[in-house]
Write a protein that binds this ligand. Structure first.
Ligand code: GLA
Length: 386
């Protein structure tokens, strides 16, 4: 069953009536443009067919109830919350994400009604595929729907990000939430975080006999959050030292000069961000020219930069990337924040089985848990399902 059907069925079982509506939002991969979003930079995500669905109905009081179902329709509930009582960083379970969205919508002046919410998800969790952003965005469109109002998608993305930054306490950028809301089927989203300009760029890998594989390493290292905050601080520090608003202000031509002004631990961070923005632009140029195969070396260079300069990769991601390339992938890189989660590989569609088998064999040889490998097909962003 699709997550919308699952959420609706679980809602009926839990509440004995039909939900007023079902809304859903997808997980994402980022084709290229990693750790650039919080530097006012460029990103190029697309959304997956994997989605979080929220079946929801208004209540007559000011209470939010939360339920989530697993694949076997087993319902887990979290403590009910009065919307007026919501306080940042006070909920330490998954319901902090939807509760945070209600809190952030209220802070934006939206009259969020009390509601019963039941969620179902096919987005792998802890896989770097933005399951949290999918929960936030599905909740946001559901609560706005129940409130009988709407907002421009980029604004909903900022509200979802605020929920994660201020209510949950994770200092993420705007990449995941914008992707989940604004991506469209068959396209990558070329987002300039500084200007907010978002352009849909056609991405039809199948038409070129290609496919993007997701390799979910199924590891999630505990340092991910602290290291993320650490890199973010490093970038801010570097921008301050260079006297610029953000690292977006440094061009490839100015890079050598900028590096010379920076302490040894900050220079590689800047090198990554500046060269990564450049790789995003070049990727977009290739896609617009229909040269999909040519993006392979850019994906490879992005991974190397994240591994060696930005230092957010890990042994499992490096193995996934190396094994994919050795088996004939045109290019491969980690995607998302790093320290576990997923890599992507651009492959010839008819080589997919061989490449997947080679990756599995490489993991087995090292005694590692088998990764989950599946094709990534650019799919629709958030919306109402029923
Ligand atoms: C995580 C964050 C995003 C972005 C990526 C790295 O997914 O949530 O905002 O910073 O890492 O590109």
């Amino acid at each position: 069953m699709d997550p919308a059907g699952q959420a609706a069925a679980a809602f009926r079982a839990a509440h004995g009536r039909e939900p007023e509506g079902v809304w859903s939002a997808p997980g994402r991969v980022n084709l290229i443009g990693e750790h650039t979003d919080y530097n006012d930079g460029l990103v190029l995500p697309f959304t997956l067919p994997h989605r979080v669905a929220v079946a929801a109905t208004r209540r007559s009081d000011d209470v939010l109830t939360f339920g989530t179902v697993d694949w076997a329709q087993h319902l887990t509930t979290a403590a009910d919350q009065r919307i007026d009582d919501l306080r940042p960083k006070t909920i330490d379970n998954w319901s902090a994400y939807p509760a945070g969205v209600a809190w952030a919508l209220r802070a934006r002046g939206i009259e969020v009604p009390g509601a019963d919410l039941v969620m179902a998800s096919t987005v792998p969790t802890g896989a770097g595929l933005s399951s949290s952003a999918a929960v936030e965005c599905a909740t946001a469109v559901a609560l706005l729907g129940l409130a009988g109002t709407t907002l421009p998608l980029p604004e909903i993305a900022r509200i979802a990000q605020q929920a994660e930054n201020d209510f949950v306490g994770m200092p993420c950028g705007i990449l995941d939430q914008t992707a989940s809301l604004c991506c469209t089927a068959g396209h990558v989203l070329f987002l300039d975080v500084r200007s907010g300009e978002a352009v849909q760029v056609p991405f039809d890998a199948a038409a070129s006999g290609l496919e993007v594989l997701v390799i979910d390493t199924r590891v999630s290292h505990s340092l991910a959050e602290s290291e993320y905050a650490d890199r973010r601080r490093g970038c801010e520090q570097a921008a301050k030292t260079l006297g610029v608003t953000s690292l977006r202000d440094v061009s490839v031509e100015e890079l050598g000069q900028a590096e010379a002004q920076l302490p040894a631990e900050l220079a590689p961070l800047v090198r990554h961000v500046v060269t990564e923005n450049d790789r995003v632009r070049r990727t977009v140029d290739h896609l617009r020219a229909g040269e999909l195969r040519q993006i392979g070396p850019l994906l490879d260079a992005s991974h190397e930069s994240l591994r060696d300069d930005y230092r957010v990769s890990c042994a499992e991601l490096d193995l996934a990337v190396t094994a994919a390339r050795r088996a004939g992938a045109l290019g491969a890189r980690m995607t998302g924040g790093g320290f576990g989660g997923s890599a992507i590989a651009l492959v010839d569609a008819d080589a997919r089985e061989d490449i997947a088998a080679a990756i599995l064999a490489a993991f087995q040889k090292q005694g590692l848990r088998a990764p989950r490998i599946f094709p990534a097909i650019p799919s629709a962003g958030a919306g109402r399902d029923r």
